[in-house]
Each structure stands twice: as structure tokens, then as C-alpha cells.
Design a protein around this ligand. Sequence first.
Ligand code: ADP
Length: 393
Amino acid sequence: MKIMAVNAGSSSLKFKLLDMPNEKVIVSGIVERIGIIDSVFSIKYSDKKFKEILDIPTHKVAVDMLLKKLVDLNIVNSLDEIEGIGHRVVHGGEKFSNSVIITKEVLDVIEEVSHLAPLHNPANLTGIYAFQEALPKIPAVAVFDTAFHQTMNPIAYMYSVPYEWYVKYGVRKYGFHGTSHKYVSQRAAIMLGKNIEDTKLIVCHIGNGASLCAVDGGKSVDTSMGFTPLAGIPMGTRSGDIDPAIVQFISEKENKTLDEVINELNKKSGYLGLSGFSSDSRDLWDAVSRGDEKSILAVKKQAKIIADYIGAYYLTLGSCDAICFTAGIGENASETRKLVANNIKALGTVLDPKKNMHQSEEMVISKKRSRIKLLMIPTNEEVMIARDTMRLI
Ligand code: ADP
């Protein structure tokens, strides 16, 4: 059975066609700069790569082009071979604790909670509508980033603010990256040779966006992102947690609206804010090797906050079998893993420096005597999307 996993952003569309249930990737690709001039259409299949630069005005045009390419390149004989489409949807609010078949009612709810993720949900919906129009008979499934965290209890997800903010507006912690945290915790249980019900894990998803999750028996019990993906640890361009009073203070000092200040916390902070020149971990580590003080501060600050959360989640869980590193930085940046490992030594963790030099491999990177295992686990959100889609259709 062929399943298409889709991740639509505001100007991009990532896709992977998987053969299920063997989870083999048939083709993957991305359309970038949709609606902007010089859109880029890249596709990878077998050992071939194909890239084209042209103007793609809408997601619908991108989808039509992608589907035509699948047939033209003989990747599929007919589009009927695609039996299901799974869409990543960032925010499901409190309504979805699992993936669902997309119906009119589901679309209405995704629209309804869009104000909670204004940068993401409308883009996800655009992708859904584009595929619906192109392949109206093929069932589609929504896989929510928030769903995995719906197992948190109110003590974890409520903020200490006037209760009616929650009742009236749904102000609470939702958490994101759930599909990745779930995938990584399932892999970790397999690596540990344990039933997932018997595991206590801390998952560090550190990419451009980053969040940590405490996973008890396969269930999320706390996570570092909050009401929005701005909270938690410092990221590529996002600040993570700050004193909320700073928002008003800067707004007054710089004569900026609240929107403008929040925009700076989302897009001009984190690595970019502290280093002053880049949001990309590779650029920062290059600068660190040249002794750039601000870049050193940026990477050390992030590693400190990651360690602080690990300490907190260790206490939440009561003990811990493994701390898992995943996503772009977690899988590749040995130096960041090393900083974090140094910061959490008090927990009895011992990093193996040689193993830590590996990248993007599923492996144990701690020494045998480490009290808590350190694991590197490449994430695979598309496989989770395809699995849920197959199960539901
Ligand atoms: P997102 O999906 O949130 O956009 P990713 O998980 O793709 O982000 O992670 C992107 C980050 O991973 C970037 O900061 C990038 O520099 C970093 N990264 C990717 N490869 C490497 C590498 N080899 N060494 C260090 N950092 C890396």
C-alpha cells in the first residue's frame, strides 16, 4: 500500500511517498518558495535526484505538479496506487488526542483552533485542501503535533494565571513535536529491550525548533513548549522561556507594538539573537571554533536550559532509563550533545566521546557505567504519519 505523508508550510510542501507496511521510502521531496518567485521543486527517488526552478504560485499548483511528476517519472503507474494521504497538522487544541480521518467536521475544528497556531495551521489546511482538490476520492488523515501531549495532567499543563483564561480562551500548555517525541520514545524502548510501558525517558528534540518531553510509560507527562511553540528552550530564532514582563518593557522602550515584540521573540531571538548573525547551528559552531564570544554564549545558553529541563524532568519521572537526542542538532551536533552531557553529569551520565562523534545513527552514545543511557535516535515523523494513516484508512 502506498501512503503519502505531507507537511505543508506557509510557502513550502514537504512530501514522502512510503510503501507500507514495510515503511520503505519510494520518493521524497520538497517544494519551496511557493507563491514567491523562483520556487524550487526537488524530488529524490531510488538513487536519482531532480530539481527544477520555476514559478509555483499556489500549493494546489505544487500538488498538481508533484502528482504529474510521479506519473511522468514512472514512480507510480497511476495515481490510484496512492491509497491514503497523511497530513501533519501542528495544532489540534484539546479536541484531538490521536490522529483522525479528515472530515468536514475535523476541518472545521482545525480552522477553529487556528488562532492558537496562526503561522502553522492555516498552512497545513492549505496543503489538505490542495490534495483534496487533486485527489478527492483518496482518504486523508490528520496527524497532530499536539496529540501526544494530551496525556499531560492539569498540574503539568495549566499555567498559574486567572483560571478563566483557560475556560474562555484555552490558555494552557499544549506542547508540540509530539509525533517526533512519540516515535523516538518507541525506538528508545526497543533499543533498551523494554516494554514501552516500563520505560521512563527524556526526549530532546533539538532542531531549528526545539522541545523536550518527559515520557513515562510511553505517555507524555510534561513538555517544554507551551501554549505556542515559542516557549521552552532557546531555539534557532525563538527565545524560549523569558520573563513575560520583558515584552511590555521592550514595547515601551523601542516604541513597538506587542505583535512586533512577539515577532522578534519568534524570529530574531535564540541562536540568531545572541550570536547576532545566524540561526544555523553549523554557522555557530564554525564561529565558536574561531573564538566568537557571542556564539559561545548562544550555544552554552541553550545547553544550560536543556540541562535545566532534563533535571526537572528527571524529578518529574522519579528516575530515568534514557535521555534521547534527536532532530537536526540532536542528531548531528556532537558539540551540543557534549555540552549538555557535561551539564547533567550530576545525574551520573557518562558520555562516550568516541561514540558521540557519530551522526544521525541510532546508537547508544554513553559509556557502560553511565547511570542513565544517552541515546542518539534519528527522528522519523513521516513514518509515524504513514503508520497512522494506514491504520485509520
Ligand atoms: P526544523 O525541522 O525544526 O527546521 P531540523 O531538525 O532540520 O530543524 O534542524 C535544523 C538544525 O540542525 C540547524 O540548526 C542545522 O544547522 C542543524 N544541523 C544539521 N546538520 C548539522 C550538522 N552536521 N552539525 C551541526 N548542526 C547541524
